[in-house]
Design a protein around this ligand. Structure first.
Ligand SMILES: [Fe+2]
Ligand SMILES: [Fe+2]
Length: 339
C-alpha cells in the first residue's frame, strides 16, 4: 500500500517541478540565495509582498488527501476548500497575509479549516513553452526585460506548422480556451437571472483582430505583454531585429484598438492579434501545474478551482429581498443625514 502523502511531499513535488526553486529551509528567505524570493512593490507603504515559493502556512507533516490548484487565494477559495475537504491549496500568485484571506490573518482562518497554503509564482514562470504554444507559435527567443525594462516580456516565435493564417490563431485560441462554452454559459445565466446586462471576464475579453485580415499568412511572430511597459519604439526595434516578423500577438494583458502600439503595427504592416488575458492563466499555467502535481502525487486527489467574475448593474444585482435590504441599510446607516 502506498504511504500517506503529507504537506512536505507537496513542497518536494513543487521543488521537483521547478528544478529546485522552492524554499526548503527558512534561511533562504533572507540569505539572498534563492532568486525567486523577491519583493513585489509599487512603493505604496505597507502594501508590498515577498514571494516565498513553497509552503506559506501549514504543518509539513499534515496528511494531504485532496489538493486544490488556484490562481489567487481568496476568501471564496478558502471557503470552497473548507466545504469540499481540501487539505492543501497551491496558489500561483503570491500570498499576502490578510489580503488573500478575507482581511483576517491567514493563520486563524486556515487553521480553522486545517488547510495548508503553498505558493509558486515567478519560480513557475519560464518552465514551459505553453503560452506561446496556445497562441500558435514556437519561441526561438525570449527577452524578459525587453528594451531594458524588467518584466517587459517579449517572445519571438515561428508559427507552428498547422498555423498558416491569422484566422488559424484566432480559431486555435477559441478552441483551447473554450470561449464558446463560456458564451453559452453567460447567455444561460443572463436568461435565468433575466438580466441581459451581465458581463463576464472571459467573454468580455474575447480574442480580437486589431490589424490585418483573417486570411493573412503568419510566419514570424512578436508576442508582447503590454502591461510590462513596451512602447511603440520597442516594437519598431523588435521589427528591426527580426525583419521577417509579420504578426504581433499581445497576451496576459491587452491594449485598446486606438493604442499607439496598434498604430505602430499598422504603420509597420503587421497583423495585430489580441490573445488571452490574465483571466485564463488558470488554464495556461494552472492546469499544467495541476497535472504535474497529480502525476508526482498519485495518492492525492487534485482539483482545479476556477474563478468566474461577472458584472451586473446594481439595480439588477441579487434579488428583490437583498436589494430592499441593501437600499434600506444604506439609507438608514450609511448615507449621512442632511442637517
Ligand atoms: Fe503567472
Ligand atoms: Fe498571473
Amino acid at each position: 500500500m502506498q504511504s500517506e502523502t503529507i504537506v512536505a511531499d507537496v513542497v518536494h513535488a513543487l521543488d521537483q517541478i521547478t528544478g529546485g526553486r522552492v524554499i526548503t529551509d527558512l534561511s533562504q528567505l533572507s540569505s539572498g540565495k534563492n532568486r525567486f524570493v523577491m519583493i513585489k512593490t509599487s512603493n505604496i507603504p505597507g502594501k508590498e509582498v515577498m514571494e516565498t515559493p513553497g509552503l506559506v502556512w501549514g504543518d509539513p507533516q499534515m496528511p494531504v488527501r485532496k489538493l486544490a490548484v488556484v490562481m489567487t487565494l481568496t476568501e471564496s477559495v478558502i471557503e470552497l476548500a473548507g466545504a469540499t475537504g481540501v487539505d492543501a491549496v497551491v496558489a500561483h500568485h503570491p500570498i499576502a497575509d490578510a489580503a488573500n484571506s478575507g482581511g483576517v490573518p491567514l493563520k486563524s482562518y486556515l487553521s480553522l479549516y486545517n488547510l495548508a497554503a503553498l505558493e509558486l509564482h515567478e519560480a513557475f514562470h519560464g518552465l514551459h513553452p505553453g503560452i506561446p504554444f496556445i497562441h500558435g507559435h514556437q519561441t526561438f527567443r525570449v527577452d524578459v526585460a525587453y528594451g531594458g525594462i524588467p518584466g517587459s516580456v517579449v517572445f519571438f516565435g515561428r508559427a507552428l506548422p498547422e498555423v498558416k493564417t491569422v484566422g488559424d490563431i484566432l480559431d486555435r485560441l477559441e478552441r483551447f480556451m473554450g470561449a464558446g462554452l463560456e458564451q453559452e454559459l453567460l447567455a444561460r445565466e443572463q436568461e435565468i437571472r433575466d438580466c441581459w446586462e451581465i458581463q463576464e471576464t472571459i467573454v468580455a475579453n474575447g480574442t480580437r483582430l486589431f490589424n490585418g485580415e483573417v486570411n493573412n499568412p503568419v510566419g514570424t511572430i512578436i508576442h508582447i505583454t503590454p502591461h510590462g511597459g513596451l512602447t511603440p519604439e520597442h516594437l519598431e526595434q523588435a521589427v528591426r531585429e527580426h525583419p521577417d516578423a509579420d504578426t504581433v500577438i499581445c497576451s496576459i494583458s491587452r491594449v485598446r484598438p486606438d493604442s499607439p502600439l496598434v498604430q505602430k503595427a499598422k504603420e509597420l504592416g503587421l497583423n495585430f492579434i489580441v490573445g488571452n488575458t490574465h483571466a485564463v492563466e488558470i488554464l495556461e499555467n494552472g492546469m499544467p501545474l495541476a497535472y504535474a502535481l497529480q502525476s508526482l502525487l498519485p495518492g492525492v486527489e487534485v482539483v482545479l478551482f476556477r474563478e468566474r467574475v461577472t458584472s451586473t448593474p446594481l439595480a439588477k444585482a441579487g434579488n428583490e429581498a437583498i436589494r430592499n435590504y441593501a437600499r434600506d441599510i444604506a439609507d438608514k446607516y450609511l448615507i449621512p443625514k442632511k442637517q
